[in-house]
Every structure is written in C-alpha cells, then in structure tokens.
Design a protein. Structure first.
Length: 519
C-alpha cells in the first residue's frame, strides 16, 4: 500500500525518506485538489488505520482514554475513539473544555462519533489514571511549534503520569515534527502512528525518545503524489554500500588506512580505531604514534604496522608532521585524533596534518579538541573530511553550550557542516550525518549499549576504511554509522558492551547484512 514517495533519490543507497510536517500536509492538499480524494476520507482512513494499529499492539486491552485537541489531530482522535468503541472497547474522550474539535472535517467526524454514543467530557486533572487502559494522544499535530500552551499543557502534564501504554497520533504532543525539538513538556509515547510519511522529528533526539516505536500508516494518498524529503533514515542495510574486498585483489586494493593516534596513558583508542579499520574491510592499517608509546601499542595490534614518529614529551608536536605525511604516502585515507591527548604542542601537529595531508580524513576525539571554536579551518582542505563529534565536542567547536546542542541536534549538525565545509557525524541517540550541501541523514539503529568507552574510536576506524575504499564522504559516514549500530546489535551484550565486542562483531554483522540484502 502506498506511503509517501520521495521526489528525489536517496543520497545513500537503501535510505528511507523522512518528511517535515509541511510536506505531508501538502500531500494531503494535493490528494484532494488534484486527485479528488475528499479530505474527510483521508481523516477517516487515518483514524481507522490508527485504531487497527492500536488493536494490533494491544490485543488484550479493552479500554482507551483519548485526549483530543481542537484541530484535525483531534478529529483523527475522534475517529479512533469511534472505531475502538465499535471493536467493543470502553472509550472515554476528553477535550480541554468538553467541546468537540472545531475544524470542518474534525467537527463532522466528532458528530458521527457522538451520535454513536462515544462520550466526550471536559478534561479533569483529577481524573484517575488506569494502567489497564491505552491513552491516545490526539491533542496537537505536525503544524504546532514551541511548548504547548494552556490548557493543553496541563493535559500533557497529566498524560506524562499515565501508568499504562501511550499511543500518539502523527506526532507526540510537544514534539516538533520537523526538528525533534522539545521546547517544553511533551507526551512520551510507547508507539507513534504517523500518517503517510515518516517524520524527521520522530527520529531526531530528543523527539526520538518521546516517539517510542514508529509505525507509518497508509491513509490513502495516491503514490502519484510525490513529496520532497527533508532528511533520510539510515537503516542497517545501508552498511552494504561499503564495497567488499575484490575477489582478485590485494591489500592496497581493499583500501589502506593511516591512524594517527596515541599519547602517554592513551594507547587504547588508536588500537581500537586501527583494528576497526581492518575489521571493516580495509586491507592495510598503519598507525603513526609518538615513539615512546609505540612499544606499548604495537603488541596490542599484531596485524597493524606501527610506526614511531617524532614527539615532544611523548605527544605529537609540530616535529611529528613530516613523518606522519611520509607514512600517509602508503595509504588512501587517514584517521586523526583517537587518544592524541591535549598537550599544547599537539595543536600544531593536528593543524599541520590537516593543512598538508591531501587524503580523505576522519577527525575525531582529541583531534577535534584542538580545533576549539575554529571549524572553518577545515574548509580549506582539498580532500574530503568527516568529523565525528559527540554533543560536547560539537558544542566546543561551535562555541555553544552543550545543552543547546542536545536540544537542537539537527541545527547543530547542519551549522557545523556549513561552517566547516565537511561531513558531520553527530554521535548520540539517532546519530545525525549532515554535509555542506544540506543533506541530512538520521540513523535508525544504535542504542544505549553503544555508550561505552572506545565505541567512537571503532566508528572512526570504520568510516576511515570506507573512505579508503574510495567512497564519497557522506555515503562513507552513513554506511559506517549503520555498520557500527548493526555490530552493536549483533554483539548483543546490552549494558555490558565493550568496544572490543564491537570489533569482534563487525565481520559477522556485515556478512549477515549482505546475505539479507542479496549482496
């Protein structure tokens, strides 16, 4: 059955379109104006399919409380209430003042529901909450911005204390459908049934945490109605964009990576990144490390060539750059930053490598630390650059407070990509990939088990391996993020996950994805 189709091709193979609220509302209008489908029929279909999804998700439930607002989202809720009542459920509907939704279609649908005996009453903040009832959020839809105002705000606060399952229609109230921003209180749903097309705000944190499981419903808009996506969802299968090793090739043909890493007391990060590059399919990994730490790192990675370089008190410095560039002559991509430390002289080393190395490069961890407040210097690089900050590192680069980044992850990623002229991988829940062209991709996978020391170093190695194979930076970044998340699922260690578990799981995870995709 048709759901929203993108007018433009995916920037990364196998990615799925994500739309903003305006695009799906425009699809509604075009279905009516161009194809003669009554808007009332679309509302009926949205409510019917939502009711079916609720019945599927909660087969043992027999009671629902539906919160409705004054607009079309409230009308969808009235249709849901009617169909659940027809299925034998005990249904209660509450609106802010006891009046039915007032937009034209919503008012008509409310009359049908009320005429069939569905009860509607004013919201009562003292009403009992019941764990055996499903709460349906139909207060505000995709067109709302900012924090909910009274009296909706009080209804949201009441809903947040609901002890049973919560289902949101189209978008949880309080979540911006376009950005994932949560400006105030917001409903926290276990399931969000969204209409016609998936929404950016349901996939980007913090909205992602409020949406729960997302299910896209076909509401009868014809497939001929094409829409412009504002982002793309990166499923695990996107990892298969990383080319396999050629059947008749040699190690350099599979891609060679130079990992520039290491400082006193910080040997593990470079080891993880180097081994991850090999586990992700690179044919060769070379680690360029300060000479004093080379004897410590080399025994931990027998398959990696470990080259000692000039240093200053065990840290990279301006004196290291020439030797690093000589080592770069044997590879096709560079990973710079894991475990470099924060010695003052290392800032000159990082700057020198960025300015002089003419290979695709991934910049991570301490490498990012040395660029505080100056992402613009990356725009001068002649080769592709991918940076992989977490929220704190992105804040340091942008000169923002960390809370601002976490509250507006989409804005932070796009701003950083534009200022640096780079591909940005903003790590965290719903990892975002953004580039200077305006492309925006959001990872579907990745859970809390990846929140472990060294996980980001593994991701750096994966993306470096993809770049070394000749992949475009945004495709390499998105495919690397997908493989990283898939390895986390494959390792299945839960809260006890270690970065080493990810290393071991990478080949099996990729093999499984290629089997599933027929690659």
């Amino acid at each position: 059955m048709p759901t929203a189709r993108a007018r433009t091709p995916a920037p990364v193979p196998r990615c799925l379109p994500l739309f903003d609220g305006g695009a799906t509302r425009d699809a509604d209008r075009r279905a009516t104006a161009r194809h003669g489908i009554p808007s009332l029929l679309l509302m009926e279909r949205a409510g019917l399919e939502s009711a079916r999804a609720i019945l599927d998700a909660h087969p043992d439930a027999r009671r629902a409380v539906v919160l409705v607002g004054a607009g079309n989202n409230g009308g969808d809720g009235m249709v849901v209430a009617r169909h659940l009542a027809e299925a034998g459920w005990r249904v209660e509907v509450m609106s802010p003042d006891g009046a039915p939704p007032s937009t034209q279609d919503a008012h008509l649908m409310s009359n049908v529901a009320l005429g069939l005996g569905v009860p509607l009453r004013p919201f009562d903040p003292g009403a009992m909450r019941s764990a055996d009832a499903v709460l349906v959020d139909a207060l505000l839809g995709t067109g709302t911005r900012g924090a909910p105002r009274e009296p909706i705000a009080s209804m949201v606060a009441w809903a947040r204390g609901w002890p049973g399952p919560v289902v949101a229609l189209d978008v949880p109230t309080g979540v911006d459908a376009d950005t994932g921003v949560v400006a105030g209180a917001a409903v926290r749903a276990d399931l969000t049934v969204t209409f016609h097309g998936d929404k950016v705000g349901l996939r980007v944190a913090p909205g992602r945490e409020h949406a729960g499981r997302v299910r896209v419903l076909d509401i009868g808009i014809p497939s001929a109605v094409l829409s412009d996506p504002s982002a793309w969802l990166v499923p695990a299968s996107a990892a298969t964009a990383i080319p396999p090793k050629p059947a008749a090739g040699e190690k350099y043909g599979a891609g060679a990576v130079l990992v520039v890493a290491g400082a006193p007391g910080l040997t593990g990060a470079g080891v993880l990144a180097s081994l991850a590059a090999l586990r992700a399919g690179a044919g060769l990994a070379v680690a360029a490390v300060p000479a004093p730490v080379q004897p410590l790192m080399a025994p931990l990675m027998l398959e990696v060539m470990c080259a000692p370089v000039a240093h200053e008190d065990g840290n990279l410095s301006a004196a290291s750059v020439d030797e690093v560039l000589r080592q770069a002559g044997r590879v096709s991509a560079i990973a710079l930053g894991p475990g470099l430390g924060r010695a003052p002289g290392t800032t000159a080393a990082v700057s020198g490598i960025l300015e002089r190395a003419e290979l695709p490069l991934v910049l991570d961890a301490d490498g990012l630390w040395h660029l505080e407040g100056r992402p613009e210097m990356l725009a001068a690089r002649r080769a592709a650059t991918v940076i992989t900050p977490h929220a704190g590192e992105a804040a340091r680069l942008l000169g923002w407070e960390r809370a601002r980044v976490e509250a507006g992850r989409r804005a932070a990623a796009t701003e950083l990509a534009a200022r640096g002229g780079v591909t940005v991988v903003l790590k965290g829940p719903g990892t975002i990939v953004a580039d200077a062209s305006g492309a925006l991709l959001v990872a579907e996978g990745g859970g809390p088990s990846l929140s472990t020391a060294g996980s980001g170093d593994v991701l750096t190695g994966i993306i470096a391996a993809a770049l070394a194979k000749g992949m475009a930076p945004t495709i390499a970044a998105a495919a690397g993020v997908a493989l990283h998340a898939a390895a986390g699922d494959h390792a299945d260690r839960g809260d006890g996950m270690l970065a080493g578990d990810l290393l071991d799981a990478l080949p099996a995870a990729m093999a499984a994805l290629r089997r599933e995709g027929g690659a």
